[in-house]
Design a binder for this molecule. Structure first.
Ligand code: PEP
Ligand code: MG
Length: 320
């Protein structure tokens, strides 16, 4: 799994080697268990919040098992991808509520619908596009079809009553988009209030920084929201003009490219200047070579697949 190599009909030497490796990994995993309940803090006291990325509420058990401090990215589009028709407010509410309750005091950041590009949903009847990654996707669809977005926002707000929920908008490129999204959220709050349906009035609102545009104007965007979460998967793609779906270009699409690192650094500084916290939720958040750099830049939160939480906590605790 580490190298992506499959041995067909392995000889005895290979079997022995792999068995030994497996035992070693088992031992390491046992040692990692001792880090449960411990802080993710550097030797000199810099505390990082270590969170998990999930695509379904079914993943919450694994998140808790690996002792994540919260869920930094719930890719909510999966609830839409599994259906043959638009999920109802009730469908969404039930799923979010289950997640919020299971997480208890730990935060659950629900990223609003991010479809389009590689995530196609038939019943949305999206137009064919020459360049879908640069096309009608994510927040663009949500703002153009507010009835879909509004339903999701109501469901998120209702679930916020049952836990520590936050909402986050993807693929932002302008201040206007953030204001339009917040306006719809506000409308949903007003209606719920009128209907006497409870929600968390202090729900945190954040955006993903995953386009170069949003990183460049992060100082302005920081005035609008409670937090930033940097999506390095898309930020790399759009900054370096490297299609994230194209395996042939993998070597070119690295978050360690100085252009990407500068945008990340700029975003963290802009967030901190405005007094908001900044996390990273793309794949780079779990990269042991980049984590020390992100920590030096002052990142507040890292969100990754649940299995990476304890190894990353171990790494952070070894750094100064
Ligand atoms: C990202 O772009 O880095 C991200 C976390 O979002 P997704 O991978 O779902 O596009
Ligand atoms: Mg993304």
């Amino acid at each position: 799994g580490f190298t992506g190599t499959i041995y067909i009909d392995p000889d005895e030497a290979t079997i022995n080697e792999m068995t030994k490796k497996k035992e070693e990994i088992g031992k390491q995993n046992k040692l990692l268990q001792q880090l449960k309940g411990r802080e993710s803090v550097t030797k000199d006291g810099q505390k990082i919040e270590l969170c998990a990325n999930i695509g379904s509420v079914l993943d919450v058990g694994n998140v808790l098992k690996n002792d994540a401090e919260g869920i930094g990215l719930f890719r909510s589009e999966f609830l839409y991808l599994r259906k043959n028709d638009y999920p109802t407010e009730e469908d969404l509410f039930e799923a979010y509520k289950e997640g919020a309750q299971a997480m208890g005091q730990r935060k659950l950041i629900i990223r609003t619908l991010d479809i389009g590009a590689d995530k196609r949903v038939g019943y949305f009847n999206l137009p064919e596009e020459e360049n879908p990654a640069l096309g009608f996707r994510a927040i663009r669809i949500c703002l153009a079809r507010p009835e879909i977005f509004y339903t999701q926002l109501r469901a998120i707000l209702r679930a916020s009553h049952y836990g520590n929920v936050a909402v986050m908008f993807p693929m932002i490129t302008s201040v206007e988009e953030v204001r339009a999204a917040k306006e719809l959220l506000h409308l949903a709050e007003v209606k719920l209030h009128e209907e006497g349906i409870p929600f968390d009035p202090n729900l945190e609102v954040g955006i993903m920084i995953e386009t170069p545009a949003s990183a460049v104007i992060s100082d302005e965007l920081a005035q609008e929201v409670d937090f930033f979460s940097i999506g390095t998967n898309d930020l790399v793609q759009y900054t370096l003009a490297v299609d994230r779906q194209n395996a042939q270009l993998e070597e070119l699409g690295k978050a360690s490219h100085p252009a990407v690192l500068r945008l990340i650094h700029k975003t963290i500084r802009a967030g901190h200047d405005a007094g908001i916290w900044v996390g990273i939720c793309g794949e780079a958040a779990a990269d042991p070579e980049l984590i020390p750099i992100f920590i030096e830049m002052g990142v507040d939160e890292l969100s990754m697949s649940a299995a990476r939480i304890l190894p990353t906590r171990k790494l952070i605790r070894s750094l100064s």
